[in-house]
Design a protein around this ligand. Structure first.
Ligand code: SF4
Length: 511
């Protein structure tokens, strides 16, 4: 961030810095002379930009009421809505800078969140990610609680399973008393059976030093209960290596915990003292030891093979992204296992039945058998609002699940014809697969790339210029370049052969 700020200052560009860092570290030297807008004033960003463009420096950092949930937004992925359910938390972790920025817990009401969920489903969103510093603490400041919120949201999800809910990160303390209700929600077919529960350390002594307000045994209760009550449950966790005071014995307990549970995802970080936090004043573990522990834990974790045995399984997945290789589409199973499939872009926003063909360390590969819930290409406003409903939803619906389906026949049948109901085989995928070849794939890839540049507001000509000016061809993958090179060489050989043949014919005519 500091590098970007320096670049902008050197180029004498008007600059606004927003988010946690200016809020939590307002006196940072780099922020001098720059407009800043804090996390709770983000709804005034237009004002700040306008004033900055006039040459004024604006600083809006005071805390006020929660920003509105329905501020205009451009989604990074149009199929995914990231919905904050609260700001701040009830914790006081000794290493945490976020708390300085986000402050004490401030929860949105259940009604306002449910209203937002209805709106984004009507917008065509296919995944709703609830986000929070600590999801488990939701509502304690307003007399509500997490199960109440989750049940209210789940009741609004389309019963054809076209929109999935992902519950955000939760610390163990506040979720403990609601574990059974949370498990009920996680079993719902429209909710990913996935939870991110950061443990940070496998040693109670270190958890106390971190002021995490739970013990390893309580963390185990969370994981064991959810694993027992939710089929296919996946739990991700975080570990901080080398927290001040961490002994070899403490670290060994962490390694043993990770080995025991074989978490499919572990975010491993090395302790870094954040200025102004209590942990920054504690005696540090030497950095060589911190790095060694981090490497050791990483190699323990990377040796796991969490997806072995999935080959041949048939799973339903929800597809929302194009993989960074530009070839595969990315979907997730109900347990939030990442599945890479090859298919047309019309599968984005759809769900599909896939057969798992092979597994890797971080994801699995699948073959699409059947496509469900494709995104209609043309929609009337009326259809937008009713896309959740489908006459034949029953075959994939929530009927055998604890929560009642919210799709009422009276509201469904009048609005969608059976042709619009997309719980069916997708012939375009089969056609696309039949017409798949290397040149076709290459052209599709280039077309996607150009399309993406257009969406980013960059014309291909400008982008090309930028790439060459910067001497950076990273936008062209190695396969692109090899293919282009191959085509160029083949073309040159053909031209040379034609010219040579021409000369021969001419010389034989002359003789
Ligand atoms: S690390 Fe602790 S203090 Fe920081 S946001 Fe999370 S719960 Fe709150």
């Amino acid at each position: 961030m500091n590098t970007l700020i320096s670049k902008c200052k050197e180029a004498r560009k008007p600059l606004v810095v927003a988010g946690c860092v200016p809020q939590g570290s307002r006196d940072t030297k780099e922020l001098e002379g720059v407009s800043v807008v804090g996390v709770q004033q983000i709804d005034r960003v237009v004002e700040v930009v306008e004033e900055t463009l006039k040459g004024h420096e604006v600083r809006l950092l005071t805390r006020k009421t929660l920003p509105a949930l329905d501020l205009p937004k451009v989604r990074k992925n149009k199929f995914i809505e990231i919905l904050p359910i609260n700001v701040g938390c009830l914790g006081a972790c000794t290493y945490c800078k976020t708390k300085h920025a986000r402050g004490h817990l401030g929860s949105y009401t259940v009604d306002s969140l449910v209203g937002r969920v209805k709106t984004v489903i009507a917008d065509g969103v296919r995944e709703i990610w609830l986000s929070s510093e600590d999801t488990g603490a939701y509502g304690r400041d307003i007399g509500a609680n997490l199960p109440t919120l989750l049940n209210a949201i789940v009741a609004e999800l389309p019963p054809d399973g076209s929109t999935m809910l992902r519950i955000g990160m939760t610390n163990p303390p506040y979720i403990l008393e609601h574990l059974k209700e949370i498990a009920d929600v996680l079993r719902h077919p429209c909710v990913y059976s996935f939870l991110h529960v950061p443990v940070q350390s496998g040693s109670d002594a270190i958890l106390t030093a971190m002021n995490r307000e739970y013990t390893v045994s309580e963390f185990r209760t969370v994981v064991d209960t959810l694993n027992e009550l939710v089929p296919g449950m996946q739990i991700a966790t975080d570990i901080i290596c080398g927290f001040p005071g961490e002994t070899d014995g403490d670290f060994a307990q962490t390694v043993n915990l990770v080995k025991e549970y074989k978490f499919p995802q572990v975010h491993i970080s090395q302790f870094y003292p954040r200025p102004g936090t209590p942990a920054a004043r504690m005696k540090k573990v030497p950095s060589t030891i911190v790095k060694k522990r981090s490497r050791e834990l990483t190699s323990v974790f990377e040796a796991f093979t969490p997806y072995n045995g999935m080959e041949g399984r048939v799973e339903r997945i929800w597809i929302t992204e194009i993989a960074t290789d530009g070839i595969h589409l990315v979907g997730h199973t109900k347990g939030y296992v990442q599945v890479l499939v090859i298919g047309p872009e019309s599968l984005l926003g759809a769900s599909a039945i896939v057969k798992i063909t092979s597994v890797g360390r971080w994801s699995v590969f699948g073959e699409v058998i059947e496509t469900l819930n494709t995104v209609p290409t043309k929609r009337t406003p009326n259809q937008e609002n009713s896309s959740a409903c489908c006459k034949s939803y029953a075959s994939y619906a929530c009927s055998n699940e604890p929560e009642p389906c919210s799709c009422r026949p009276d509201s469904c049948e009048a609005q969608l014809t059976s042709e619009e109901c997309t719980v069916s085989k997708n012939n375009s995928w089969i056609e696309d697969r039949n017409s798949k070849n290397l040149i076709g794939w290459f052209l599709r890839r280039r077309r996607n790339h150009v399309q993406k540049m257009k969406e980013d507001g960059i014309t291909p000509r400008l982008k090309k210029k930028q790439i060459w000016v910067l001497g950076n061809m990273s936008e062209w993958g190695i396969i692109d370049r090899a293919l282009l090179g191959g085509m160029f060489v083949s073309f040159s050989i053909i031209i040379a052969v034609v010219i040579r043949l021409g000369f021969r014919i001419m010389s034989s005519n002359e003789s």
